[in-house]
Design a binder for this molecule. Structure first.
Ligand SMILES: CC(C)(COP(=O)(O)OP(=O)(O)OC[C@H]1O[C@@H](n2cnc3c(N)ncnc32)[C@H](O)[C@@H]1OP(=O)(O)O)[C@@H](O)C(=O)NCCC(=O)NCCS
Length: 157
C-alpha cells in the first residue's frame, strides 16, 4: 500500500508512505529472492558497490528483525518534503500504518536511517538490531564518509 499526503493549501504532494505486508523467507528459493540478495538493475548514477552494500545491510537487518517467524508489516519508505517536516505529517501518515497493523494483530517493522531514529522511537518503535556499513571502504579518500548505521526497529500494538 502506498499513501501520499497532499497539502490542502497548495495541492502539492508533501509526503509519501510505503507499507508492505510480508512473510519471512522460509524456503531456499525465497531466501534467494530476499532483498539482501538483489545485485542486478543498478540505477544510473548509483555506485554499484555502495548499492550492493546497502541492499545487503537492509537484508541483514530485515532477517534479524523477523518477528517470531510470522507475517508482519514493513514501512518500506516514508518521506516528508523538507518544508513540511516537523509539523506532524509523518506522525499522521504512520497512524494509518499503526491502524492497519493493529487491526490484523501484526507487528510493524522498519529499517531506520540514523536521521529518522528518534522519529520512530518517539512513535513507539523499539530497536531490535543494527548493521553498520563502513563507507570509508567505498567512498573516496577524504570524502568525510564514515560508518553508517541502519537500525532494525519494531512496533507492536
Ligand atoms: C523522518 C520523517 C519522515 C519525519 O517526518 P515529520 O513529518 O517531519 O515528523 P513529525 O513532524 O510527525 O514528527 C513527530 C515527532 O518525531 C520526532 N522527530 C521528527 N523528526 C525529527 C528529527 N529530525 N530529529 C529528531 N526528532 C524528530 C519529534 O519528536 C517529532 O515531534 P515534535 O516535532 O513535536 O518534537 C521526515 O523527517 C523525513 O521525511 N526525513 C527524510 C527521509 C527519511 O529519513 N525517511 C526515513 C527513512 S528510514
Amino acid at each position: 500500500m502506498n499513501l501520499k499526503a497532499v497539502s490542502e493549501e497548495t495541492g502539492e504532494i508533501i509526503a509519501y508512505l510505503g507499507l508492505t505486508r510480508k512473510r519471512p523467507a522460509v524456503t531456499e528459493e525465497e531466501v534467494k529472492k530476499s532483498p539482501g540478495n538483489l545485485t542486478s538493475n543498478v540505477p544510473n548514477g548509483i555506485v554499484p558497490d555502495v548499492l550492493k552494500e546497502v541492499v545487503r545491510a537492509v537484508g541483514e537487518v530485515e532477517e534479524g528483525n523477523l518477528w517470531k517467524g510470522k507475517d508482519y508489516y514493513e514501512v518500506t519508505f516514508i518521506c516528508v518534503t523538507p518544508t513540511s517536516q516537523r509539523q506532524g505529517v509523518g506522525r499522521q501518515l504512520m497512524q494509518v500504518a499503526f491502524d492497519k497493523a493493529r487491526k490484523e494483530g501484526l507487528p510493524l517493522i522498519v529499517c531506520s536511517e540514523p536521521a529518522a531514529h528518534n522519529f520512530f522511537e518517539v512513535l513507539g518503535f523499539k530497536e531490535t538490531n543494527y548493521v553498520e556499513i563502513d563507507l570509508t571502504k567505498l567512498a573516496p579518500k577524504h570524502s568525510g564518509f564514515g560508518v553508517f548505521r541502519l537500525t532494525g526497529m519494531i512496533w507492536e500494538s
